[in-house]
Design a binder for this molecule. Structure first.
Ligand code: KG4
Ligand code: ZN
Length: 337
């Protein structure tokens, strides 16, 4: 009998619902919250309120698109964490309400695991084991993936995430939030080797972006002292050079991880995997290193409920259900790995 799963994502500033029928995504709807742009970052209180306003229409729209009614759902999966507590609670409360009302299983999903399992929404799908560079606004990790539900973090950032580095550098350049996609766009007309910034010297497979960020800040301060129009005059080159540096930092560690583990199936996931330069450079490195490279479709890179639904599906097949009456709130914010 086909399994129908409703997935709900509300960890940050996207309210999303998806429907998966027998392993296939048939609806994936995302409501973005533009309200944060004017504040230069996500305002948690405003995010929770927007989720509260969006959650019912977003789920309704996903069900309509899938052509099913709520009663046809076999299980409901939602993002348990990591994320903003107030935002997570909106999705958790709604999912729990549906599960209780319909008396169907409730499935908790780890947001970063879901980013990785986005690779199983559509072909081509990686074989196990594979390495996944998981790069988002809050995380930067290299994960060894041994099965749909068994994975191990073998490298992680000691401070900022790659997405945060993109967003904070963008802010220094006067670009609005979220700056990552704008750096990507503006960099298309710039020279990636125009400027160089300090490269972190972190042993092993871990990352650090705080020194890099400070290096960009001091570089800009120095040049702005001499020429107040420096940023406007060199914006594409600055974006391209910052982007190049971040991507180099990431890919050096992926190369090392592949050599150390002997794994040649390499995937990327998370919001930053939408970056066109990272995608291009990963393909180029993959050719050189003889890797099989997996890059998700753009719509499955940034936050979406399709990845929650597919993770819910694998947990459903493994009978990994949550207690409907007690989804521990503390664990929602405590899942940071
Ligand atoms: O996975 P995601 O949507 O949310 C979190 O789980 O954090 O990732 C958001 C991050 C933001 O920092 C955003 O600037 C970055 O992904 N991002 C990008 C691009 N698209 C999104 N960074 C660089 N280039 C992009 N094209
Ligand atoms: Zn995410």
């Amino acid at each position: 009998m086909p399994v129908t799963i409703l997935g709900i994502e509300s960890s940050c500033d996207e309210t999303s619902a998806a429907v998966l029928i027998d392993g296939q995504i048939v609806a994936n709807y995302i409501a973005n919250q533009s309200i944060h742009e004017q504040y230069g970052g996500v305002v948690p209180e405003l995010a929770s309120r927007a989720h509260q306003a969006n959650i019912v229409p977003v789920v309704d729209f996903a069900l309509k698109t899938a052509g099913i009614s709520l009663q046809q759902i076999d299980a409901v999966a939602f993002t348990q964490g990591p994320g903003l507590l107030g935002s997570l609670m909106v999705g958790a409360g709604y999912a729990k309400g549906i599960a209780l009302a319909l008396n169907i299983p409730l499935i908790t999903v780890h947001h970063m695991q879901a980013h990785i399992l986005a690779h199983f929404i559509e072909d081509p799908k990686p074989d196990f084991p594979f390495l996944c560079l998981t790069v988002s606004g809050g995380h930067t990790q290299i994960v060894r993936v041994d099965s749909h539900l068994e994975m191990e973090i073998i490298g992680k950032t000691n401070d900022d995430a790659a997405g945060e580095a993109f967003d904070k550098c963008a802010k220094m350049l006067g670009l609005p939030y979220p700056g990552g996609p704008l750096i990507d766009k503006t960099a298309a007309n710039g020279n990636p080797n125009a400027f160089t910034f300090a490269e972190p010297k972190i042993p092993g497979l871990d990352f650090s972006f705080s020194g890099f960020k400070t290096s960009v800040l001091y570089f800009l301060q120095d040049h702005l002292k001499q020429d107040p129009n420096f940023v406007e005059q060199h914006l594409p080159d600055l974006c391209a050079s910052i982007q190049h540096s971040i991507v180099e930092i990431l890919l050096k560690k992926v190369k090392r991880a592949s050599r150390e583990t002997g794994i040649k199936q390499i995937a990327i996931a998370g919001g930053v995997s939408a970056n066109s330069y990272l995608r291009k450079q990963l393909f180029a490195l993959g050719e050189k290193e003889n890797w099989e490279v997996f890059i998700p479709k753009f719509e499955y890179c940034t936050d979406n409920a399709a990845m929650i639904a597919i993770t819910g599906y694998y947990k459903f097949l493994n009978n990994q259900f949550a207690d409907q009456t007690a989804v521990p709130l503390a664990r929602m914010s405590g899942l940071q790995s």
